[in-house]
Write a protein that binds this ligand. Sequence first.
Ligand SMILES: NC(=O)c1ccc[n+]([C@@H]2O[C@H](COP(=O)([O-])OP(=O)(O)OC[C@H]3O[C@@H](n4cnc5c(N)ncnc54)[C@H](OP(=O)(O)O)[C@@H]3O)[C@@H](O)[C@H]2O)c1
Length: 354
Amino acid sequence: METTNNGKTALITGASSGIGRELTRLFAKDGYNLVLVGRDSDTLQMYGNNLQNQYGTQITLIQKDLANPQAPDEIYAETSGQGLHIDVLVNDAGFGEYGMFATETDLQKELGVVQVNAVALMHLTKLYLKDMVSRNEGKILMLGSEVSVSPNPMMAVYGATKAFIKSFSEAIRNELNDTNITVTVLMPGATNTNFFKVAGATEVKGADPNKTADPAAVAKEGYDALMSGKDHVVAGWMNKARVAMAHILPDPLVAASARRDMTPKDQADQQQKQTLTMALVVGVAVLTGWWLVSRNRSAIVPEKIYGKARAKARSGQKAFLDKANQAGKSTKKALASISDTAQDAYDQAKSIIS
Ligand SMILES: NC(=O)c1ccc[n+]([C@@H]2O[C@H](COP(=O)([O-])OP(=O)(O)OC[C@H]3O[C@@H](n4cnc5c(N)ncnc54)[C@H](OP(=O)(O)O)[C@@H]3O)[C@@H](O)[C@H]2O)c1
């Protein structure tokens, strides 16, 4: 199925896999020319050929490792050298590193996480945004995450880069208010891609393939938000609810909830069982206590004290009802007087006219 070329070009990092790969398909379907950026040239080549055959897409491949600080300048030089105007920039490439920051994770990998997820994203944006501003046209899609708005224990550095992306994107979006350029953040929750494998976190509760989102559905939500110029979109209803809660609850509570998702599944199941057992024990204890108190009230609470408390509660209740009655009567009176005044005014007006 060949599509009509729309004459526009989208540059997509992270195009070789997962959400980025699904995004390229959506752009190809809509007739965009594509610049695909990634490390694995064979995969990109094969994938580019498929898009070319299926949609007639014009493909440019750029093989780069975004962990290399020079990569953004080199990518920009290549697209400029080929005379390509980038109408849409998609900063999708990213990865995480799982483990306790203090004792388990690898510093070099974490420096790579910051470089790829945050620094390269900012650097590419700087380069291509200047051209967009001079043409007063363009769109940018940033891959944030549900954890852009919550701490992410066991992937602390990854979570911090995603918070950077959200803050950075909303800030430049504001600076671009008077232009035709939009910046959109796609915020997925756990999605069924290579992400957890690359991070070394396939065993965590949140990575359960039965519960993770379909990357095609996530990409579609992001693509639609980008095309309609939204500032951000949280992919999936459950994640929308979680992000809404993260805005309300204190950070330590949000971090504790995120930590549960980052706990190995067997441990998380064990913890859940323990919590349920504890809740059951507490529930039974409270019910038993209540039953005992109600049956042996006079033995536990002396009749004199109980009687006093009951009398106080009753007199409080009576005072409340009296006040409510009085308020009702006053309101009725006020309404009647308003109605009389209105009637007088009407009669007077009528007599003047006639
Ligand atoms: N999956 C999730 O649960 C989830 C949730 C929220 C946000 N996200 C975000 O979504 C984006 C895409 O991730 P995904 O889920 O689609 O994972 P994925 O399948 O692992 O895809 C990650 C992409 O990033 C590229 N990449 C990683 N390191 C790179 C580097 N040094 N240089 C160039 N490219 C590099 C990968 O290319 P290679 O093929 O060369 O490795 C791949 O194309 C990421 O920014 C991620 O943080 C994912």
